[in-house]
Design a protein around this ligand. Structure first.
Ligand SMILES: Cc1ncc(C[n+]2csc(CCOP(=O)(O)OP(=O)(O)O)c2C)c(N)n1
Ligand SMILES: [Mg+2]
Length: 583
């Protein structure tokens, strides 16, 4: 291929790196790149409605496939929209390249129309952020951006003015081998030995797993079997470790459930495996060892007795032959009983006898969604209460994927994540678990789904509220304020865009509606009218938080909101775990 512009060269570099599509909105400074895509006939240009959604879609594609995904924004405002999704990709470790086109190069520094400084703007949400201002920088700087994104699992940003994209190349594009497989961190032998000794001398051991246990399921099970260890997990670790796991004691954190908290606090030794779990209040702060492939994470959340730098699977494979079998399973059995008991009284309480509960109980709906979804579905989960419903009800099996903005915590991620997931896996069932607040925030992306006839299934948990914030205010002792979203019929909105849609108000209709939507060959939306007072109380609320709960109740009652608070109390009675208050 002979490249007549730097834009052509950039496209050639992207094609060489296996890039299948670019998510973006065309315009002004970006047009030379768009023209290069048109001439080459690839990669596919995906016309999103908001560049933020383009960056989220690229983030989902990259984290699901492990391959480079690309988004683009035109100068100034088009660039700015990318930021949220790029933060999400950056913090998730997704290899994403953003092409940020820039104002005319001769105008930089003169407060020109749409002027920003992309090479400064994107520094915080990327690992590589460079300006191409000379034809001779190509193709090397473009390749460097690709390499940084793939090698570090991070965002790269290339800022380039439209007039520079239009220039003639001075160097040929050529070809080069593109990084496909990365080396895996092998732990030093001394650390493996020290870990084995620590495991052997400890009385009881608990394992706490994060996303770094991907590819280490068998090794973690073997270790737990030898040590008689309960296994807890984080939100991101759940999809890799909770299935086929006879040692499972649930999840810790604000959205947690089960006996994970007890297990990791009561064990003589806590082993953190591939987790950067950020909430130190949920960790014991003592008797802890940590294994992570990224040495910068070791000890940053909690003091360590031993820091092991290594990939989790490789480290466990090395340590397992040196670990002695522990015969006493009583700690494990006690924790498993506690876990079952907690589930019985917390999670199950919601899903029994609520077929008639109005408005629809979200946990009931989430359980049905779990039951009817396919075995290899990709769930994308909005930030908000959907995180809780997905964490508690979507059953992992090693083939399903559950992704969300779990590290960055941005709203409105689920639908654009679903767009990226569906384009990456056209034949797979992709389900967006959307909040009504989240869907409303990037509502325009319904049009992207409709335009491309993407068979994404959107399930809206429509509680007409910023439900998660309602809960926060309650726990903080604040009266509920400005959390109402208004009641809107998202099925009617989607229907108007040509999306097969259903609005469901009766709990008895949920299963049939979900089943029908999932079977529909094209895009479909199910708008579930759910209970805004179905709040989730974490299994370890502090005494102060309970006081806050009472205080909020008092304030709302005094403000005349008795009815609402009564409903809230009734809904929560079924959810307050029995061994409730952490001292
Ligand atoms: C972009 C952004 N704005 C605000 C927040 C704070 N926030 C977190 S969850 C949430 C409410 C989400 O509401 P909705 O999508 O309706 O979900 P629900 O919790 O009601 O299920 C808000 C406002 C955020 N995380 N991200
Ligand atoms: Mg809501």
């Amino acid at each position: 291929m002979s490249s007549s512009t730097l834009a052509d060269q950039l496209i050639e570099v992207l094609l060489e790196a296996g890039v299948a599509r670019i998510y973006g909105v065309v315009g002004d400074s970006l047009n030379p790149l768009v023209e290069a895509v048109r001439r080459a006939g690839r990669p596919e240009w995906v016309h999103v409605r908001n560049e933020e959604a383009g960056a989220f879609a690229a983030a989902a594609e990259a984290q699901l496939t492990g391959r480079l995904a690309v988004c683009a924004g035109s100068c100034g405002p088009g660039n700015n929209h990318l930021i949220q999704g790029l933060y999400d990709a950056h913090r998730t470790g997704a290899p994403v390249l953003a092409i940020a086109s820039h104002i005319p190069s001769l105008q930089v520094g003169l407060d020109f129309f749409q002027e920003t400084h992309p090479e400064r703007l994107f520094v915080e949400c990327s690992g590589y952020c460079e300006l191409i201002s000379q034809a001779g920088q190509m193709p090397r700087v473009a390749r460097s951006a690709v390499r940084h994104a793939l090698a570090r699992g991070d965002v790269s940003v290339l800022a380039i003015s439209g007039d520079v994209l239009h220039r003639s190349p001075v160097d040929p594009t050529g070809t080069t081998d593109v990084l496909i497989a990365k080396a895996i961190a092998n732990p030093p032998t001394e650390q493996v030995q020290a870990l084995a000794e620590r495991l052997n001398t400890a009385g009881t051991v608990a394992l706490f797993c994060g996303a770094g246990v991907e590819n280490a399921h068998a090794e973690v099970m073997q270790l737990a079997g030898k040590l008689g260890s309960p296994i807890g997990h984080t939100l991101r670790g759940k999809e890799w470790i909770q299935y086929d796991n006879p040692y499972d004691v649930g999840m810790s954190g604000l959205l947690g459930y089960g006996a994970c908290y007890e297990a990791i606090h009561e064990a003589d030794l806590l082993v953190l495996l591939g987790t950067d779990f950020p909430y130190q209040d949920f960790l014991p702060g003592r008797h802890t060892v940590q294994v992570d492939h990224d040495a910068t994470r070791l000890g940053r959340r909690t003091p360590l007795e031993l820091a092991v730098h290594g990939d989790v699977a490789l480290t466990l494979r090395a340590v397992l032959p040196r670990v002695q079998q522990k015969e006493d399973r009583s700690f494990l059995d006690r924790m498993l009983r506690k876990h079952a008991d907690a589930l019985e009284h917390v999670v199950s309480a919601y899903t029994h006898d609520i077929e008639h509960h109005l408005p629809i109980h979200p946990e009931y709906a989430a359980r049905l969604l779990d039951a009817v979804a396919s075995e290899d579905a990709v769930f994308t989960v909005d930030t908000g209460m959907n995180n809780v419903w997905a964490a508690r009800y979507i059953t992992p099996n090693g083939r399903r994927r559950v992704i969300g903005s779990f590290r960055h915590g941005s709203m409105a991620n689920a639908l654009p994540h679903a767009i990226g997931a569906q384009l990456a896996y056209p034949g797979r069932q992709v389900i967006s678990m959307s909040g009504d607040g989240g869907l409303g925030m990037l509502l325009g992306e319904l049009l992207t789904v409709a335009l491309y006839k993407l068979p994404v299934k959107i399930v809206t948990f429509n509680n007409s509220a910023l439900g998660m914030v309602k809960l926060e205010m309650l726990v903080d002792g604040l009266p509920d304020y400005q959390t109402g979203n208004g009641s809107f019929d998202y099925a009617a909105i989607a229907q108007a865009a040509g999306i097969h849609s259903m609005r469901v108000e009766q709990p008895g209709d949920v299963k049939a509606a979900l089943t029908e939507a999932l079977a529909h060959p094209g895009p479909a939306l199910v708008d579930l009218v759910t209970d805004a007072d179905a709040l989730s109380i974490p299994p370890h609320i502090t005494a102060a938080q309970v006081k806050g709960f009472a205080l909020a109740a008092g304030k709302v009652v005094l403000d005349g909101g008795v009815g609402e608070m009564l409903e809230l109390a009734r809904a929560n009675l079924r959810n307050v775990p029995r061994p409730t208050i952490a001292r």
